[in-house]
Write a protein that binds this ligand. Structure first.
Ligand code: ZN
Length: 138
C-alpha cells in the first residue's frame, strides 16, 4: 500500500532551517499504513530535507559549515546562465539532497530523541515550498 500527501511551508531568504517533524508525524499517524517508510521530498533545486538536533546553536554550526562549502557571496558560474544570484543555493542543495526516508512502526516515526526532520531552504529569496511525503508499507 502507498499514500502520497503534500503540504506547503513558507520560507525566508538565506539558509532557512525549519522543523517539519510534526507535519511529517501527523501524515504518518493519519495514514492507514501501520508500518513502513516515509519518503520526504522537497520539490526544487535550492532546498533540501535532512535531520539535525533542532536547537539554535547546532543550526548555526550547520550554516557555518555550509558557508565553507558554498559561501553566500562566492563567485558562481550559474549567475551567468540566467542572471540568477543563487549559485550557492544550488550547490548547497545538491550536497544536502532533496529527500530522506524515515522508517515508522505503529504509525510513529522512528527518530532519535534529539533528531528532528528539517526543511532547509538555501534560496536567495522568500519561497513557498511544496513538501511531498510518500508513504510505503502495510
Ligand atoms: Zn538558479
Amino acid at each position: 500500500m502507498n499514500k502520497t500527501k503534500t503540504f506547503t511551508i513558507p520560507t525566508k531568504a538565506g539558509t532557512d532551517v525549519i522543523d517539519i517533524t510534526s507535519e511529517v508525524s501527523k501524515i504518518v499517524s493519519d495514514s492507514k499504513i501501520k508500518s513502513g517508510i516515509a519518503c520526504v521530498f522537497v520539490a526544487g533545486s535550492t532546498a533540501s530535507i535532512s535531520t539535525i538536533e533542532f536547537e539554535p546553536n547546532a543550526v548555526k554550526d550547520l550554516k557555518r559549515a555550509l558557508d565553507k562549502i558554498a559561501p553566500e557571496n562566492g563567485d558562481y558560474e550559474h549567475h551567468k546562465t540566467w542572471g540568477d544570484d543563487n549559485g550557492c543555493a544550488h550547490v548547497r542543495a545538491c550536497f544536502m539532497g532533496p529527500s530522506r526516508s524515515f522508517p515508522f512502526e505503529d504509525k510513529k516515526l522512528i527518530l532519535g530523541t534529539w533528531q528532528q526532520i528539517v526543511l532547509l531552504d538555501f534560496d536567495t529569496k522568500n519561497r513557498e515550498r511544496k513538501i511531498i511525503v510518500q508513504i510505503v508499507g502495510k
